[in-house]
Design a protein around this ligand. Sequence first.
Ligand SMILES: NC(=O)c1ccc[n+]([C@@H]2O[C@H](COP(=O)([O-])OP(=O)(O)OC[C@H]3O[C@@H](n4cnc5c(N)ncnc54)[C@H](OP(=O)(O)O)[C@@H]3O)[C@@H](O)[C@H]2O)c1
Length: 276
Amino acid sequence: MWRLLSWKMSPQQRLEFVGQALDLGITTIDHADIYQSEAPFGEALALAPSLRQRMEIVTKCGIFLAPPDRSTLRVPHYDTSRAHIVASAENSLRQLRTDYIDVLLIHRPDPLMDADEIAEAFRALHRSGKVRYFGVSNFTPAQYELLNSRHELVTNQVELSPFYLAPLHDGTLDQCQRLKVAPMIWSALAGGRLFSEQSERAERVRAVLNALAAHYGVSPNSIVYAWLLQHPSKPVVLTGSGRFAVAQEAVAATAVTLTREHWFAVWSASMGSDVP
Ligand SMILES: NC(=O)c1ccc[n+]([C@@H]2O[C@H](COP(=O)([O-])OP(=O)(O)OC[C@H]3O[C@@H](n4cnc5c(N)ncnc54)[C@H](OP(=O)(O)O)[C@@H]3O)[C@@H](O)[C@H]2O)c1
């Protein structure tokens, strides 16, 4: 929902978009306190409150954006103090016009995070019924391990796309597999750059995606989603498009299984080399 405001939808159109997605089986809705998506989403949800029970709402906290009076000592920063986590979650509930959050994530690893204090905040939010489950985003495996040792986490939301392969190789997805925790994937289409970037790598990746799309009889978007969904950590892949057609392409991807050779065709195009 990061891009929700840019879609220029009326509350009724937002409601229809979400309703159509739910009918397709897309039930996980991703927000953050800093996206400016919670209030417009809550406005739409208020038009049909019964939809709430058909979805899982994820939101995030922990980033403090640039203050209006930015100066040498007024800078964007992370805040994972107990007080901030609880206040942010309570504000998200008000904005989203709901009485519980399904999954609350710490948005980015904070060098000053105190795992015991975060766990205390999580326990308080869980005890009061305000948040059901907790997770993190953009955490290294070591950071995940630390917080998970104090409070059970259910996901690590990370960037992964044919333009960004790091989690495949840095232990992030290995850890998810080991713990049987489904990662969430952001910018699966590299925020749209997959189709617009002018570079040798982009040309290589696009050529492979187009060839695979023709081979499997689906769109290049569906090939990317299928490529991600095929990872054994069983990722939950986010879509960032305001077009319903892209949601349909994501669902179409669940019926596509790439051969191993085809999976590696995408990997090799991204790496610019064959497997060693
Ligand atoms: N945890 C984090 O740190 C973090 C960071 C970033 C994002 N996120 C989450 O991940 C979600 C998805 O991220 P994202 O929006 O970057 O995902 P994305 O799906 O990679 O990018 C969406 C963009 O791609 C464009 N697009 C889709 N299909 C296209 C095509 N065939 N040709 C050209 N452009 C195309 C969309 O434009 P149209 O709308 O015109 O289709 C949209 O602007 C966000 O909404 C947010 O919830 C999390």
